[in-house]
Write a protein that binds this ligand. Sequence first.
Ligand code: PMP
Length: 419
Amino acid sequence: SSTSTNSIFDELESQVRSYCRNWPAVFTTAQGSTLQAEDGRSYLDFFSGAGALNYGHNHPALLEALVDYLRSGGIVHSLDMHTTAKRDFLTAFRERILAPRNLDHKVMFPGPTGTNSVESALKLARKVTGRQHILSFTNAFHGMTLGSLSVTGNSMKRNGAGLPLTNSSKIPYDDYFSGAIEDFLWLERVLGDSGSGVDKPAAIIVESVQGEGGLSAARPEWLRALSELCRAHGILLIVDDVQAGCGRTGDFFSFEEAGIVPDIICLSKSLSGYGLPLALTLIRPELDQWEPGEHNGTFRGHNPAFVTGTVALERFWSDDAFSTRVKQRSAELHDGLAAIAAGYDGAVVKGRGLLTGIKFPDDSAATKVAAAAYRRGLLVETSGPEDEVLKTMPALTISPDELRSGIEIIAAATQEVLG
Ligand code: PMP
């Protein structure tokens, strides 16, 4: 408790109960994939701010652009006013991301965080279709505000808010390892039968990889079948790429491999590239039916975040080199984790890209391995409704050596815990 006099945590314990109970250190500085703590120890980061630090901590090029912008008197807060920082970001986003992928989506700034993007997507889908029901998936995570929470699959999180399942239903999320495309047949039948009593949904919201829900990854064919089902029934497809987007899977968008074009795309986390809050919602042009003022907010579009975001887009997404590099690191990570999993009966590798982990047969193993890894100087999280998956999420800029060291720590920590 905060009555002890010499704890370095005294001041920190005055905050409400934090979810960070597993890393008893006070961090000071960070560079790339390494964090320093007050006690002099350094830690390798396989967590990356839950996906907000895809380019690592304090990337020098982004830092320089940010400091230059602030020193030159660049405007920080501008509400909805046009700024050069916003224009440059929109130009870079169109030139580096949308145009090369033949996407003509309009860009909306929904508020500062991922949940704001999801809220705007749900609201827009309901407004445009005139329908209310939203389908989402078991174990999905879409955010902590009432709308995004109502489509979040984890009932423990929903129950905390006393949130009933009004206007949202969960359908089983097919796993990369199991199931067939025919899984959508029952849904087709229900939607096609006016006597089924099921409200036609306004939208289906999906993550290509369930970042919080246990790293289940949708197979490309499954995503294509989902997209076709939506099109056939006039249901909008929302892809929540808040965690799996911005390059996490190797491509800028997690759904590129599947070749689908979602009606609405949610992005946030690594969009600024620097850990500054920034979110956007991409919508097909014909969905741009907001009246002015129908969805607004004070912190929509943070100019310093536009500045670092622009540099990140220019630097990492001007050609395919970065994507190729991320895919190489992803293969190394996958192989490294697969070699560890191979030593334990029933352990499997889950996820995609640099969002990959190990599910051990014993649900409590991942938490223990993460704690053992922390003691050995690696920050690594767990994922899944029972925290049953050890989730690795290194920076996309991680070096092969750093990646190898992290995998070695996981191997040693697993050995320590499971023998
Ligand atoms: N969607 C997904 C897929 C996420 O992983 C998260 C955050 N973990 C969110 C939405 C919510 O984002 P935020 O915490 O920035 O509101």
